[in-house]
Ligand binder design. Sequence first.
Ligand SMILES: *Cc1c(COP(=O)(O)O)cnc(C)c1O
Length: 723
Amino acid sequence: MHNSAQQDSTNHNSPFPRLHELSMNVWWSWTPVVRQVFENLDQTVWRQTHHNPVKLLQEVKPERLASLSQDIIFTRQYQAAVKAYDDYMTKTDHWFGTNFPQVAKASIGYFSAEFGLHNSIPIYSGGLGVLAGDHLKEASDLGIPLVGVSFMYSQAYFRQVIGPDGWQQAVNERFDRTSSAIQPAMLPTGKQCQITVQLGNRPVHCLIWFIQVGRILLYLLDTDVEDNQPDDRTLSARLYGGDQRTRLCQEVLLGIGGVRALRSLGIQPRMWHANEGHAAFLNLERMRELLQQGVSYSDAISQIRASSLFTTHTPVPAGHDVFSEDLINQHFSSYWTDMGLSREEFFALGQHPQEHPGQFHMTALAIRLSESVNGVSEEHGRVSRSMWQSMWPDRQEAQVPIHFVTNGVHVPTWIAPEMSHLYSKYLGPNWQDQSDESALWHRVLDIPDHELWEVRKFLKRKLLGFIRQRIQHGWTHGRLEAQQVLAGGALLNPYALTIGFGRRFATYKRANLLFYYPDRLKALLQNPWQPVQFIFAGKAHPADKPGQELIHEVYQFAKQHGFGGHITFLEDYDMHVAKFLVQGVDVWLNNPRPPLEASGTSGQKAALNGVPNLSVLDGWWKEGYDGSNGWAFPQATEGLEETAQDQHDAESLLHLLEKEVIPLYYQRDQDGIPHGWVKIVKNAIRTNAPRFSARRMLKDYVQQFYIVDHTRTHAEPSLERVR
Ligand SMILES: *Cc1c(COP(=O)(O)O)cnc(C)c1O
C-alpha cells in the first residue's frame, strides 16, 4: 500500500506519467525502444541498479526528470515507447488470435518452480527457469492466452563469489520485492488474494502476487504471511533450498496452492502444463475437486488426463523428486481422505513401476495424470521413452506415448542489439515477427562478410570490457586479490580466438574435460601465432560438492602461470552475464556426457548471435548440427565406461581445436577477414536461428498439445489403471 501511494505521488508530479507503468511490465526488457528510455533517464543510476527500472525510478533525482522534460529528444523517445506499449498491449491480430479465433479466450495454466525473466527478478537458478521465462515472453508475443504460476522467493537465488583459493562461496541476499515489478494480485473485494493449503496438521496461508510479462500474468505464491508459524513463513523463501521436507511442502504449495490461487482469481484454464515434476501435485488437486463433486474415479482420471501436459526435463535419475513414505503420510493423510481414496490408492498414483517401492515419485505421478507428455529434444524424447517404458508394460519402447518439443530461445531477449540491427538491415525490419521462418534466414547469406565480422569483433570487445569493469570494481573495493584479478580475465586478449563455456557446474556437464591432457592444452594456449583463450562461468548448487570441486579445479588452471591468463573464470553466472557471454565469444563449447543433456539452450542463444557451437552430439545439437554450421565430437562407442568415454571425448575436443577450429579462425584472406570462418558463422545463424527459436517452440506446443482436438478419439489404453 505504501508503495502504491508513493507511485501515485510520483505519477502526478512526473513529466512522464507512464514511466512507472512501463517499468512494471517486464516487456521493457525485450523492447529496445523502452529500454533506451530507462537507460537515457540516468545512465549511472541505470548501471548502479543493475538495469532495474523500478529501482531507477525510485532513485532518480527530481531535478533530472525536470531537466529531461525540456529535452525534446528524450520526450520523443518517451512518447514513442508509450505508443509502442499501447500498440503491443491492444494488438488483436497476433498469431494465436488469427489462427484459433474460436479458442482465443481459453487459458493455459503453466506451472514452474522457477522463471528467469530478468536479473532484477531473481526467482530462477538456471536453464529450467530461463526456458520458462522465455516461454511466457513468447506466449505474450504470439497472443497465447497463458497464465504462469510460481513462487515469490524472498531470498534471491545465491550470488557466487570465488575465493582466492578457488572455492565457491554462496552469498545470500534478500530480494526486495518493493524494488521490482511485483504487484499484489487483488480480488474484486479490494483485498489481496490469499489462499490456504493444509500441510500436515496445520493450515499454511499464501499471499498471491503477480508480474506482468507483456500480455501474460505470472502469479507468485508467498508464505511470508503474519498468520503463519515462523517456519512456514520462510517456506517460500528459497528456490531449491532446504531438505526433502521443505521441498515437499514447496511442491504442495506450488501444485495445490497454485490451482487454488487460479480458482480464487476466477481463472479456469482448459489446459494445465506442468513444467517439470515439481508442479505435478496440481493434477491431484484438480482430481480432488472432481471427486468431491461426485465425479467417478475413472471419469475424474480421464478428465484430468485429457487436459494435462507434462514436460519432463532430465534424463538424470537424481533430477526426479522422490518422497519417502513417512513424509507423504505426514502431509497427505487428510488429503487422501478428502479425495475419498484409501492410502493404497493414493500411493499407487505416485508409484514408480520398478524402483523406489513404497515411495512417492513425482514424475510417475505426472505421467499417470497427463495424457500428453513430452521431452525437450528429439533425443531426449527417445531417452525418456526408454526411461519410462515400464509404465506401459505392454508397449514396445517406440510406442511409448512420450513425445518431444525441442526447446528454443526467445529471440528478442537473447539477440545482441548490434546483431539485431544487422538483421533488420538484411533480413528486413520486421524480421523478429518471422523469426521461425527458415526462408527469411537465407538472407543471412547476403550480409557482406566484412560487416558481419566487424559486429562479431565489436561484441567480443564489449564482453571483454564488461569483464574488465567487473574485476576493476572488485579490485578497487578491495574484494579481489591480484591472482583473482588475473584468473578473472584481466589478461584476456581481444584479438584471440575466444571460446566460452557457461553452464551450471553439474558433474555430467564435464567442465574439466578440456584439461584432460593439460600439456597438450598448454601447448595450444602458448602458441604465439594463433592465440586461444577460454572463458568459463557457472554456479554449482550449494549442496553439490562435486560440482564445487569442478569449479575449484578449473580455477586452479586459471591461476597457473603456465596457462598464461588464457583460462578465465567469470564469477556469478546469471542472465546478465550469460547475455554478454553468448553474444561475445567466438565459439560456444558444450561437452556433457551423452545422453544426459536433455536439450541445452545456451548454445541456441549463441548460434542466434553468430557464435558457432563446438559440442557433443547431444540434446538440441543432435538436431542442429549439419556439418556446415559448427563442430561436433565424433560419437564414442555406446556403452563405454565413464573414464574411457572422457578420454575419447577429450581427445576429440583437442583434435577438433588443433586441426579445424583454430586454423580456420586464423586463416585470414588479404582483406584480413577469415572468410571460411564467416561462412560457418552464417550457416550457424541461418540453420539454427529459426528452428531453435521460442516462436517455433510455442507454436509446436500450441499445435501439438494446447489446442486439443476434442473430436480426436483417444483409443489409448495407455496406462495401467491404479484402480
Ligand atoms: C540459457 C541459460 C542457461 C541454460 O544453459 P544450458 O545450455 O542449458 O546449460 C542457464 N543459466 C543461464 C543464466 C542461462 O541464461
